[in-house]
Design a protein around this ligand. Structure first.
Ligand SMILES: NC(=O)c1ccc[n+]([C@@H]2O[C@H](COP(=O)([O-])OP(=O)(O)OC[C@H]3O[C@@H](n4cnc5c(N)ncnc54)[C@H](O)[C@@H]3O)[C@@H](O)[C@H]2O)c1
Length: 262
């Protein structure tokens, strides 16, 4: 029988190439981001993350620090404020001594109906789900070039592939992110900077539990090929591989972790 594994167990893959790597994760304080921070820290990487959820972020640092080869660093940063993003990323680059890996994970999937979207809400949704991914990449590219390469992982979503209800702006952003990945991968490939999209299915996070009743969760599982709910550690397993040197010839593509949800 297959064992369930988590980033904290001995059953997960170890990537020697991730030891001491300098990693920035956006939205690392909770949900999938928390799982990503935990997984990179467990690999012995130097991890910094940004979030607006300050208490959750500090609690994560406190939880991971005792067993960490490198204690993770967190900074409060609202990624919709590009001046703040630029300043915090410069600060983190200095604190880490460079940047090798960027995980553009932060996002927000608030539901909305077409008739309720105003121009201001359009801007707000695009800023929280799309714009910062480009500007975070722009901020770290010089450091990656100096390091001789790097890896950027942009979080997309299965939602627009399925065409879900009440998410038109979120899904517009998530569709655009796959184009962003392909464009950055082309422009940065000769600098040995790889860029890929992670496309999660429905991942069991505290926030998702807010949207779904047990019946709704059962419907998702029924639409997946595999039984079971996807955990942040399952997403982290894909992210670690794509961030590692084992994926050195993988770029410009979209990698699904969705249990075969159709
Ligand atoms: N959970 C899922 O089922 C699922 C499915 C498909 C795609 N995704 C994508 O995966 C990524 C992570 O999703 P999640 O489910 O963990 O979400 P989440 O809401 O649980 O966590 C997102 C994190 O980003 C932070 N954040 C939000 N806005 C921010 C801002 N303006 N500045 C800085 N930090 C901010 C939040 O505080 C939170 O810690 C997102 O890009 C999401 O779209 C998730």
């Amino acid at each position: 029988m297959l064992q369930k594994t988590s980033a904290a167990t001995d059953m997960v893959a170890r990537y020697p190439s991730l030891i001491d790597k300098r990693v920035i994760v956006t939205g690392g304080g909770s949900g999938i981001g928390e799982g990503l921070v935990e997984a990179f820290v467990a690999q012995g990487a130097r991890v910094a993350f940004v979030d607006i959820a300050e208490d959750a972020a500090q609690a994560l640092v406190d939880r991971l620090t005792p067993d960490a080869r490198h204690a993770p660093i967190q900074r409060h940063c609202d990624l919709t404020n590009l001046d703040s993003l630029k300043a915090i990323f410069a600060d983190l680059e200095e604190a880490l001594g460079g940047v090798d890996i960027l995980v553009n994970n932060a996002g927000n999937d608030d539901r909305h109906s077409i008739e309720d979207v105003t121009p201001a809400y359009w801007d707000e949704r695009l800023n929280v789900n799309l714009r910062h991914q480009f500007f975070a990449a722009q901020a770290v590219i010089p450091a990656m070039k100096r390091a001789g390469g790097g890896a950027i992982l942009n979080f997309g979503s299965i939602s627009w592939h399925l065409g879900l209800n009440d998410l038109v702006l979120y899904q517009t952003c998530k569709a655009a992110i796959e184009g962003l990945t392909r464009s950055l991968a082309r422009d940065l490939g000769r600098e040995n900077i790889r860029v890929n999209t992670i496309v999660p299915g429905n991942v069991q996070t505290p926030r998702q539990e807010k949207w779904y009743t047990p019946e709704g969760e059962a419907e998702i599982v029924a639409a997946q090929c595999l039984d079971g709910r996807i955990q942040p550690s399952d997403v982290a397993a894909l992210v670690l591989f794509l961030a590692s040197d084992d994926a050195k010839m993988c770029t410009g593509h979209d990698y699904f972790i969705d249990a075969g949800w159709r």
